[in-house]
Design a protein around this ligand. Structure first.
Ligand code: ZN
Ligand code: ZN
Ligand code: ZN
Length: 374
């Protein structure tokens, strides 16, 4: 493990030290990480979430321990965490793991809890550590997690290529007479066949349902003349996620649809053209919004332009008005403007990475309005 080259490994051993340093800089004495993306980011351990406490105790100064229920001990040791410089401590069914954490931590003033820790654990840890202020672990982790390493970008690219292969097959499934749910089932199978470990979402919004951005899939029957918003994603075995939207038309689209789709495509290109290091996240949102507003569709672009992506589908940085934070090389996020005037809607979504001099677009499948035979 000592000879792992920096930057080539998805979960490098040195991350433990970087995170401990960031924990101290954030004014925290320790991070307490239960199963979820924060724990996976720090250790590579894709731990089982349950009511039994699994918790990485990572002090700013001192040795980390991983507290796991005895029955998870083998799995923890076999995970990437087993190869790291972490003492793995098993607890038995009649032990109090929260007291164990408190004993090992001693007197601390502030702890950072995994952002997605269950309230069950938050409150038990509060009772076990009554003197410690509870903060979010993202105080220490957000910068690190938002700036992807070359290995993380490679993992996101692999995820994007996999979802691109699914989109390439979608036209064949969009046939009049089939339901959205049937199409979504085909897409789900293809997401797995393309190499994902899990299907995270399969949005198939046809006709009026396309005007509801987070419509999932229903028993609505596809008809000639529909536009269909297909927003799909999954998680790869690496832990990294895909998320890509394309809009399809069954038969020739209505003239107004063809018109606002061109506005949308222009907006998505304009937003991507705005991406670069030092550019405020909200400037990318504004770049997407300007052509849509100018064309009179501003009120129909009802969501932010994008969200960061990595071990979670939605994470920092958010591409939204009010977020003045400058983009940095390694930031990975979606650029996904939409126009939903009803009785139809459209969205184009790609995952992109901010580079040292601009943008790297990870999704490569055509962004045109894909017309399938009616
Ligand atoms: Zn969304
Ligand atoms: Zn998205
Ligand atoms: Zn999406």
């Amino acid at each position: 493990m000592g000879d792992i080259q920096e930057g080539t490994e998805l979960f490098p051993a040195r991350r433990l030290r970087d995170v401990a340093a960031a924990t101290g800089e954030a004014g925290l004495d320790a991070l307490l990480l239960t199963p979820g993306p924060d724990l996976r980011y720090v250790t590579g351990y894709d731990a089982h979430e349950s009511e039994r406490l699994t918790c990485l105790v990572l002090p700013a100064i001192g040795d980390p321990i991983l507290v796991v229920p005895r029955l998870e001990l083998r799995g923890a040791n076999a995970s990437p965490a087993g190869a790291l410089d972490i003492e793995i401590v098993g607890w038995d069914e009649t032990d109090d793991p929260n007291a164990l954490v408190a004993r090992r931590l001693g007197n601390v003033a502030a702890v950072g809890l995994a952002d997605r820790m269950w309230a069950l654990m938050v409150l038990r840890l509060r009772a076990a550590l009554p003197g410690a202020r509870q903060e979010l672990a993202s105080l220490a982790l957000r910068e690190l997690r938002a700036r992807k390493s070359p290995a993380e970008i490679a993992a996101l690219r692999e995820a994007a290529e996999a979802i691109d292969r699914v989109h390439a097959q979608v036209p064949a499934w969009l046939r009049p007479g089939r339901t959205e749910a049937e199409v979504a089932a085909d897409i789900g199978e293809a997401i797995l066949a393309a190499g994902h470990a899990t299907v995270d979402f399969t949005i198939v919004g046809s006709g009026p349902n396309g005007a509801s951005p987070h419509h999932t899939a229903s028993d609505r029957v596809l008809q000639v003349g529909d536009t269909v918003v297909v927003d799909i994603g999954g998680t790869m075995p690496s832990g990294y996620c895909s998320d890509c939207t394309r809009t399809y038309a069954i038969g020739a689209p209505a003239p107004e649809v063809a018109e606002y789709y061109q506005v949308l495509k222009h907006a998505q290109d304009a937003a991507c053209a705005a991406v670069g290091p030092g550019v405020a996240a909200e400037a990318v949102d504004a770049a997407a919004r300007a052509p849509i507003t100018a064309a009179g569709y501003g009120e129909f672009f009802v969501h932010r332009t994008g969200h960061g992506i990595g071990l979670e589908t939605h994470e920092e940085p958010y591409i939204v008005a009010g977020n003045g934070e400058p983009l940095q090389p390694g930031h990975a996020f979606s650029v996904e403007p939409g126009i939903y005037p009803g009785p139809s809607g459209a969205r184009i979504e790609d995952i992109v990475v901010c580079t040292t001099d601009g943008i790297d677009r990870l999704n490569r499948v055509s962004r045109e309005l894909m017309v399938v035979p009616g």
